[in-house]
Design a protein around this ligand. Structure first.
Ligand code: PLP
Ligand code: ZN
Length: 398
């Protein structure tokens, strides 16, 4: 399999383990997909079914087998709220509770097998204090690979406890945390280490599998639209790459429209789309309950914008009230607990049907990117009754 890196923007080819093109845009791997058909799907666990489209052939077992192959639920109970035919892709089912496991599994499998960038010393790092940190540390533990997690100096103790379970080296970094993401990518080659940040080539390959699973489930049809909560644009890049590879190989005829959804308080990609710009630029972001997707300067923002334009979708923003309402509706009407960032997917579908970008009869896949079960979202209020009142109270409520 070819593993040269190419630039989606200027078509440059780069044969070094770089994450960025000389034009500044993110690189991805050139995977040979000329002849993929759904019959070629491998008899393998989890996301490794798509091995013919992935740059890793023999992943380790254990946690690696548990990444991906998440449920896709046709959820009629949400059609009225959303205004279209809703299908939920439940990424919270991954071992650490988010889609990040797909990219972590692919990245660590490549590095562990020595298929990573040449000269890698088999160590990984990441810059995150959220789902990315948890996922990378867990897969590094499962691969037996040393892992460094760079977190902000003021990280809350609860977060540290969650990440430290997997025993990575955690370094609190004092300074401009926003700069650290690109800085580590620049430092990595000299350190012979791989930083598995949100939008690096290996992670993108793993994150393709979300879209591969969706398309296989609909084959020989395709869904009309995929709606994706978006921050760095890494997941959106993987989804776009998968769709174009499937189209090129003839496995799908029509590209589903890709919509990326952001929180209105921090929506640089949606802002760029709205003003008709071709490039996403840094904004001054505000606080939002959807903190996992609040990136004011997304490293693959421009690539995500190219993805939505290429597929006929768009980038949209939903406010915290709409996110909260969608989050409550997912739990109370569909029984699904998701974190606020993930609820933007359903809020986004509702917004897009209200604005007429998605029609009532269309099949829409809302990707719920992460679980809410760890967030303790409900209210602690509950009535206390005495045992002698039990029957009467049950009769009243049941
Ligand atoms: C990381 C994350 C996102 C955003 O993904 P990007 O690849 O950074 O765009 C969305 N939802 C959840 C739950 C996440 O953890
Ligand atoms: Zn380029």
């Amino acid at each position: 399999m070819r593993t040269e890196r190419v630039c989606y923007a200027c078509d440059a080819r780069i044969d070094e383990p770089a994450a960025r093109c000389t034009c500044g845009e993110p690189l991805w791997l050139d995977v040979d997909v000329d002849s993929f058909h759904w019959d070629d799907v491998a008899d393998a666990p989890g996301m490794w079914r798509y091995e013919p489209l992935l740059p890793v052939s023999e992943p380790p077992d254990g946690l690696f087998d548990a990444a991906g192959r998440t449920p896709l639920m046709r959820t009629t109970a949400l059609d009225e709220f959303a205004g279209a035919r809703v299908h939920l892709k439940i990424e919270g089912e991954n071992p650490t509770g988010s889609f990040k496991d797909r990219g972590s599994a692919l990245g660590l499998a490549a590095i562990g097998a020595g298929d990573g960038p040449a000269n890698s010393n088999g160590a990984v790092g990441t810059v995150s204090h959220g789902n990315m940190a948890i996922s990378t540390a867990a897969y590094a533990a499962a691969a037996g690979v040393p892992c460094v997690v760079l977190v902000p100096a003021d990280i809350p103790d609860d977060r540290l406890r969650t990440i430290s379970q997997f025993d990575p080296t955690i370094l609190r970094v004092d300074g401009d945390y926003g700069r650290l993401y690109e800085h580590t990518l620049e430092l990595a080659p000299a350190l012979n280490a791989v930083f598995l940040n949100s939008d690096v080539p290996l992670r993108i390959e793993g994150q393709k599998t979300t879209a591969l699973e969706i398309c296989e489930a609909f084959a020989p049809e395709t869904p009309d639209a995929i709606v994706l909560p978006t921050s760095s644009g890494g997941h959106a890049s993987g989804v776009w790459k998968a769709l174009t590879e499937l189209e090129r190989s003839g496995a799908i005829d029509d590209l589903p429209r890709l919509y990326v959804v952001q929180a209105a308080a921090c929506a640089p990609i949606a802002a760029a789309d709205e003003r008709g710009a071709d490039e996403v630029s840094r904004i001054e972001g505000d606080e939002t309950i959807a903190y996992s997707i609040a990136n004011a300067d997304p490293p693959s923002g421009t690539r995500a914008l190219a993805a939505v334009r290429d597929t006929g979708g768009s980038a949209v923003a939903v406010d915290d009230n709409a996110i909260r309402e969608a989050q409550r509706t997912l739990a109370s009407r569909a029984g699904l607990s998701v974190e606020a960032s993930s609820a933007t997917a359903l809020a986004g579908v509702r917004y897009l049907t209200e604005t007429g970008e998605i029609d009532a009869g269309e099949n829409v896949v809302a990707v719920t990117t992460g679980t809410g079960l760890t967030d303790r979202l409900g209210s602690p209020a509950a009535e206390t009754i005495s045992l002698s009142d039990l029957k009467a109270r049950l009769r009243a409520v049941l």
